[in-house]
Design a protein around this ligand. Sequence first.
Ligand SMILES: Cc1cc2nc3c(=O)[nH]c(=O)nc-3n(C[C@H](O)[C@H](O)[C@H](O)COP(=O)(O)OP(=O)(O)OC[C@H]3O[C@@H](n4cnc5c(N)ncnc54)[C@H](O)[C@@H]3O)c2cc1C
Length: 431
Amino acid sequence: MTDPIETFDMLGLGFGPSNLALAIALQERAAPLKSLFLEAKPSFAWHPGMLLDNADMQVSFVKDLVTLRNPSSPFTFLSYLHAKGRIERFVNRKTFFPSRHEFNDYFAWVAAQLPEACAYDQRVTAVHPVRGKGHRVEALEVVTTDAAGATTTRRTRDLVLAVGGQPHIPEVFALLGQDQSVLHSAAYVTQGKPRLASRQTPMRVAVIGGGQSGAEIFWDLVNDPARPQVDFLVRGQALKPSDDSPFVNEIFDSAFTSEIFHRSEAERAGFLADYANTNYAVVDGDLIAQIYGLFYEQEVTGDERHRLLRSTRIEAAEARDGGVELSIRQTGAPTQERYDLVILATGYRRRLQETILSDLSAWFLAEEADRGYRLPTVEGFQPRIFLQGFCEETHGLSDTLLSVLPLRAQEIAEGLTGARPARARVLTAAE
Ligand SMILES: Cc1cc2nc3c(=O)[nH]c(=O)nc-3n(C[C@H](O)[C@H](O)[C@H](O)COP(=O)(O)OP(=O)(O)OC[C@H]3O[C@@H](n4cnc5c(N)ncnc54)[C@H](O)[C@@H]3O)c2cc1C
């Protein structure tokens, strides 16, 4: 006899900051909701492959998981500092921007206080519709696999997708498949750094991509005790600074979500393009100054070990002698360079049709959520699906960031706990 399938009111896919913020919002409402978040990792970790020493947050600690909604919550960053006995020393530092190590520790501290909220080591591998009479879909079945390969199926009335972005691998690298010499930035600390340390002779490394992650990895590599020789390949002529000036920063205010949502498609696109330099292909000004200083000092000493290759296009990438040979075009004919390790700091893709929900797309009326983050679905499809982090085009640039998490979580919690027009009866396994 097989185990009965456990049924939930809500299953959350992924347990990063977005769904962690939702777990707090649900707990605060004491909602009579049977809910569970499913997370692939064995324990809470926020972008562990980019937990670099000396990397700071790019958002104020005030924009933590809850303060904007409820500053008296026990889950604020200040409550965390107080619990850890560091609050006065944090004040002495006079900064709004904790290190990423510290913010990850804060997130993990919150997650540890909600032990029942999440099942870890549960990678969601499929989501199937549960059909009722006629063409009705009454619930969803969510299948997960753990590290040992055991699968579990759970059933839910509603679902919240917050699985983050997929590492973007440029097409020219696609043919290299699983080659160990090419890594996305998402695996830099976990896989790239151990490889540097394991080599007797210094490695030749290429970092591709002139945004914040590329710049941080370049800076980390040049300071690594394994002393690799590093080429930093960027598409533009210059590293450009991120704009975090106060008027511009208002686009991350929560009021801006409605402001942009109610604009026309063309106006929304215009806004995104206009403010892209707050988040995309830009680097923190202090880090740019440090990198510029490094290249200047190399000129002074004549030890030009690291290079900034500007206006580059990678035209081909081939596995060669245990490394990768890149065909790099700047001006004129392409040059060939062999590297032991290539790090792709090429960003993330967030497309609903590339997620685990793609099999349900026949029931979606559109791929765009409504203002309350709910996907419109065809009549007779009763489960409600909410999206976190997949609505940048409609809800603005803050959607993939931490800026509005507490308020978005509240809106979704309201959506989940509010009356549903025609409440679905969830079939039990026996039925
Ligand atoms: C290096 C780095 C630094 C950043 N720094 C900042 C910053 O300073 N400020 C800011 O505002 N934003 C920052 N961001 C943006 C970042 O997107 C947000 O900080 C935040 O991580 C978004 O949270 P999330 O929960 O939506 O997604 P994620 O943090 O990506 O979490 C998604 C979770 O879903 C899990 N998951 C994925 N697929 C499955 C599956 N099939 N089954 C089960 N679980 C799954 C993942 O393991 C992960 O834990 C940064 C991003 C990166 C990469």
